[in-house]
Write a protein that binds this ligand. Structure first.
Ligand SMILES: C[S@@+](CC[C@H](N)C(=O)[O-])C[C@H]1O[C@@H](n2cnc3c(N)ncnc32)[C@H](O)[C@@H]1O
Length: 263
């Protein structure tokens, strides 16, 4: 049995056990509304990426999922564009950042059904605000009833328009230098523009996370075709930008993390 066979066998055994544990876990979690639960481990459809290193990492991450997140994930995975949902490891990372930054004002560029949005909104204080930017009312409306049921809608302000316009509007509304965390996960061609506008909005010490910064590793071998070139341009810009410190993490589909320097 070679290493891959061993991995496959272990996967089948653990997946079967995981299905049982996962099913009973979800039942138990339904009684734990509002509390922290750890369930994504083997139940999330996205944990099986086909990459043994990523799967091992997800298996060994105690990802916090509330019953409402589980419900929203299930609805999202039934959606024809469900593949756009962000991965649970990235969601967990955002949750960590929210806690570390004690974030009060956050922006998501590209919310889709709201899975990452929900994780961030769960971490906000009652007077916190999550600006959820998307062009599609249709996508956002898929998740809204679950976010409402979770009591989170009062902390969310949707802006349904091209995100460039919404970011400019946030500046006009006085949010320059006031945002703690930006999660950027929309059209890749605008990543360099989102970089500029979100950095203006960020407070010193605030953090921007770009998702898909490796774009299924395609950015590593081809930096000329669209949209790789825009993602690459953003990654390159971060390395030389003296206003930030940066870290490109091989997590999920690649996450470029920028921290705006203290003044
Ligand atoms: C990959 S999905 C976002 C996934 C989401 N962040 C999550 O955690 O599940 C990308 C979203 O960006 C939105 N989008 C694409 N182009 C946009 C634009 N120019 N302005 C605002 N939203 C845009 C799409 O409608 C889609 O919902």
């Amino acid at each position: 049995m070679n290493f891959q066979d061993l991995l496959d066998t272990k996967f089948l055994v653990t997946a079967a056990a995981g299905a049982v544990i996962g099913a009973s876990g979800i039942l138990a979690l339904s009684a734990l509304k509002g509390s922290e639960s750890h369930s994504t481990r083997k139940t999330h459809p996205k944990w099986k990426s086909g990459n043994p290193r990523r799967e091992y990492c997800t298996m060994h991450s105690n990802i916090i999922d509330t019953p409402e997140i589980i419900e929203l994930r299930e609805i999202t995975q039934q959606h024809e564009r469900g593949v756009m949902e962000s991965t649970p490891d990235v969601g967990q990372f955002l949750r960590f950042l929210m806690r570390m930054l004690k974030a009060k004002n956050v922006v998501e560029v590209g919310s889709f059904t709201g899975v990452a949005l929900m994780r961030m909104a769960e971490e906000l204080p009652d007077d916190g605000k999550a600006f959820a930017l998307d062009v599609s009312d249709e996508y956002v409306n898929v998740g809204k009833p679950v976010l409402k049921k979770a009591g989170l809608l009062s902390k969310i302000e949707y802006k349904i328009a091209p995100a460039l316009d919404s970011l400019v509007k946030l500046k006009e509304e006085g949010y320059t230098g006031k945002i703690d965390l930006c999660f950027i996960d929309a059209d890749k061609g605008n990543y360099p523009n989102y970089y500029k506008l979100c950095l203006d909005l960020l407070r010193p010490g605030g953090i921007i996370v770009f998702d898909n910064s490796l774009y299924a590793d395609r950015v590593i071998t081809d930096v000329t075709s669209d949209p790789n070139c825009y993602i690459h341009e953003t990654n390159e810009k971060a390395v030389v930008d003296t206003r930030v410190s940066s870290l490109l993490l091989p997590m999920g589909d690649g996450c470029l993390v920028l921290r705006k320097n203290d003044e």
